[in-house]
Design a protein around this ligand. Structure first.
Ligand code: IMP
Ligand code: MG
Length: 176
């Protein structure tokens, strides 16, 4: 396949991602047994991982999506997060699991968690496909983490560079 940018080595294959989603799905199913759970995916990056994760949860879950973007210079997000698409479900007395593609500075997930906590849920936890702790700016942690990555610009499996490469069926990074 030809790409405009140079894509690096494959860090995680589709099979490895699916197997991790199986493990996380099982953990979530045990942790929330007998509870009402809403999975809230962040558009657009979390879509492929959300699809894998939800199929591995053996509870009656509801799903919804939010889209957030943050002001910031270039490649780094800021604390100011704007909601572009809101959830449609009522979260009152339900357990919310926010499903993210990657936690980088942590700004986006921290703001989203605070926002969802105002909607009356029993709890809000975070499940992220990737964690890049080297770049963390705010104190926020994933409760369920797929894989920890180094300080690389990750693409594939939902993650984009200028809206491209979300469709790659593996996780890689941009060389350069
Ligand atoms: P944060 O607010 O800095 O934690 O960044 C969160 C958002 O920035 C993620 O949901 C991604 O959309 C984007 N992002 C952060 N790091 C990367 C990366 O390495 N590749 C692609 N997108 C990224
Ligand atoms: Mg993005």
């Amino acid at each position: 396949m030809e790409h405009t940018d140079t894509i690096g080595k494959i860090l995680f294959t589709q099979e490895q991602i699916w197997r991790r989603a199986e493990e996380l799905g099982q953990e979530i199913s045990e942790d929330y047994a007998g509870e009402q759970v809403v999975l809230i995916g962040t558009l657009k990056g979390a879509v492929p991982f959300m699809a894998d994760l939800m199929k591995n949860i053996s509870l009656d879950v509801e799903i919804d999506f939010v889209a957030a973007s943050s002001y910031g210079s270039g490649t780094e997000s800021s604390g100011e997060v704007i909601l572009k698409h809101d959830i449609t479900l009522d979260l009152t007395d339900k357990h919310v699991i926010l499903v993210e593609d990657i936690i980088d500075t942590g700004n986006t997930i921290k703001a989203l968690k605070a926002y969802l906590q105002k909607r009356g849920p029993k709890s809000v936890s975070i499940c992220t496909l990737l964690d890049k702790p080297a770049r963390r700016k705010v104190d926020v942690k994933g409760d369920y983490i797929g894989f920890v990555v180094e300080d690389l610009f990750i693409v594939g499996y939902g993650l984009d560079f200028n809206q491209k490469y979300r469709n790659l069926p593996y996780i890689s990074y941009l060389e350069g």
